[in-house]
Design a binder for this molecule. Sequence first.
Ligand SMILES: Cc1cc2nc3c(=O)[nH]c(=O)nc-3n(C[C@H](O)[C@H](O)[C@H](O)COP(=O)(O)OP(=O)(O)OC[C@H]3O[C@@H](n4cnc5c(N)ncnc54)[C@H](O)[C@@H]3O)c2cc1C
Length: 393
Amino acid sequence: MTGPARVVIVGAGLGGLRTAEELRARGYGGALTLIGADARPPYDRPPLSKKVLTGELDDTGLRPDLDSLGIVLRLAETAVQLGDGVLCTDAAEYPWDALVVATGANPVTLPGGGEQRVLRTADDALALRERLTPGTRLAIVGAGWIGAELATAAASRGCQVTVVEAAGAPLAAAIGAEIGGQTAPWYAEAGVDLRLRTAVASIEPGGIALADGGWLPADLIVTAIGVRPAVGWLAGSGVALDNGVVVDAGLAASVPGVYAVGDCASFWSGRFQRQLRVEHWDSALHSPEVAAANIAGGRDRYDPVPYFWSEQFGRMVQYVGWHGGADLVVWRGEPTAAKWAVCFLATGRLVAALTVGLPRDLLQARRLIEAGAAVDATSVADPGVAIRDCARE
Ligand SMILES: Cc1cc2nc3c(=O)[nH]c(=O)nc-3n(C[C@H](O)[C@H](O)[C@H](O)COP(=O)(O)OP(=O)(O)OC[C@H]3O[C@@H](n4cnc5c(N)ncnc54)[C@H](O)[C@@H]3O)c2cc1C
């Protein structure tokens, strides 16, 4: 493979590391620099809210043999500005011929002078774990994916957990209140106090000031209300930004030679005919394949069926597709049962599915979505019919 002489990758998380790996796997022999603000070598984030918090795992490092990649690795170094062919960090300048933005996303925080933690980095998780001791009054703001996983781990460690959520149901923003609402009983089962329709005014020393004037005392407060793409350092660079780095189907940004992957990339999805930004592990794993191919002069397109999973309250929740354009929701099984699913159809085609404890349904749904298959809604509603057999001829 030929390609540009110097490739600089900004962000040493999964997306950044995978870009370096994919470039080398494709035979790229030029200079490769990987720059990351975190002091740790690249590590995996999903276990941080699961096995790291429960104490089953300490280290989630992604690649012990980094040296074999032949990269210049600059850790604890933050990109601050992108100029014409030169990247400036807080320590040095790096000329580039191709540049990959893989800076991920940063948690949103709330106003107030009290101590609020977030859960994004390995240091966040390890420090939090130290505080998850029996009887600790933990208040979590946000009943999203991270909030639910943290509540699961903290309850299992004997904390008194309260989750406050402004919406009327957990996961309302991600999958809608009706479906997210089915997970509310899981909190109670685990002994977690879930307070819905409870907005936070500010985080104060010793507790949370609620918008309705109430007060929630807490020893430990974690804000888990979502993330924003970490792209502020690109302001003024000419790289178009709109909910992340705006890239085309080939992951190329508006400035020639610049690409974006993972959480920070808002890419054009031909499949769903819109810009999509996916904050999930699978996207950081696979989007670098396309960026690397195109840096090498290829014309690959990134057009995934998005996928993610969450492990909460003893359940495996999986989601595949994009349900934004769905016009029909089909329930598959009783949501009070241990295993159930919901399928989303648009003009008769399966476009997304959420499964609880049904990995086979998830896999089969993924294949039908990839194929753009039309399905029979009555069969989809029948858990006795395999999802793959719901496709119309
Ligand atoms: C606690 C937790 C649990 C998760 N669980 C799941 C799960 O169960 N399932 C799932 O599908 N997804 C999960 N995710 C999401 C998944 O981990 C992310 O989608 C994935 O890590 C994104 O990878 P990335 O490389 O795009 O970004 P990141 O992993 O965020 O990496 C970006 C890197 O860029 C660095 N950086 C940022 N700004 C700069 C800068 N200016 N200069 C230099 N470096 C910079 C950061 O320090 C960071 O190391 C979870 C995320 C978290 C935080």
